[in-house]
Design a protein around this ligand. Sequence first.
Ligand code: HMG
Ligand code: MG
Length: 305
Amino acid sequence: MQLPKHVIIKEVGPRDGLQNEKTHITTVDKVQLVNLLSQTGLNYIEVTSFVHPKWIPQLADAVEVLQEIKRHKDITYAALVPNMRGLERALQAEVDEVSIFMSASESHNQNNINKTIVDTFPIVEEVVVGAKAAKKKVRGYISTVIGCPYEGYIHPDKVLRVTDKLLEMGVTEISLGDTIGVGVPTQVEYLLEELLKRYGAENFAMHFHDTRGTALANIMKSLEMGITKFDSALGGLGGCPYAKGASGNVATEDLLYLFDEMGIETGINRQKVLEAALFIEEKLGKAVASKQMAIVRNERSANQL
Ligand code: HMG
Ligand code: MG
């Protein structure tokens, strides 16, 4: 298999990871989490989300968090933005990059952002235009690219329809989300084959939730298909509260183990990511899902015997 020498990992833990957690994390601890992640060698961190605070109460302090983190010049600090009200707040907090989001499936789009797909296009387009006028890059998420909690399997044509629109609007990268972690490599292959007939691999990042343990297999398939950008969340945290049955993202430290051992460079220090994962695990008061963290816990308890 032809493998790339270098890949990019985009850390979405502070946003995707925390948005699904019931335990309230204080602003100070969120800031500390991002500061720890900033010391790992990551060059992209999705810090928070400017959605309606009633929809995602955990991230209601988005402005404060972005304003209080210690920024490194080589790191892009991004945030989710659903509409112009969100963009106003994100620009006030001096976000570096804006992530708009919508779904390939009609019913997830409706459940998640309270609009039909057709009604969402002009809303996200306004955000793209506004963000670009403020000299910000715009990333676009497409959710439920393989399966939807309400509609089941999603055909690549539905993903293409949204991809076409978002790229036409000037979105610089599309992150393809297997929101509920149902996909398997054969489906990833079919989806990417269809998308890559029309667009280059550099336009896409993959965003796998690991609900059924298939994320790393799907990432291997994506690598094989020429994709070199992957989203992940420390500790394997994450999930969309408006997608029934969704659970954590692929864990950054597990993904790093895979890439490190295959000799694929990421520029990220796995040990430092584990330290950040230990920090957030303690704040959440529960064991996080990643395999690497389970090893750390086992070693610690063995040392205490
Ligand atoms: P809505 O109720 O339809 O909004 O919600 P609206 O436009 O009708 O406005 C209603 C009121 O909310 C107005 O206030 C607005 O100003 C206010 P009023 O005039 O009544 O006083 N409002 C806001 N306030 C603060 N910030 C805002 C904002 N927008 C409106 N941004 C909306 C529509 C999109 C806002 C809502 O549905 C929402 O916030 N949804 C977000 C749900 C969410 O965050 N889901 C998780 C993220 S997506 C995900 O996790 C998937 C991903 O990881 C990829 C994958 O895994 O596939 C990205
Ligand atoms: Mg997600």
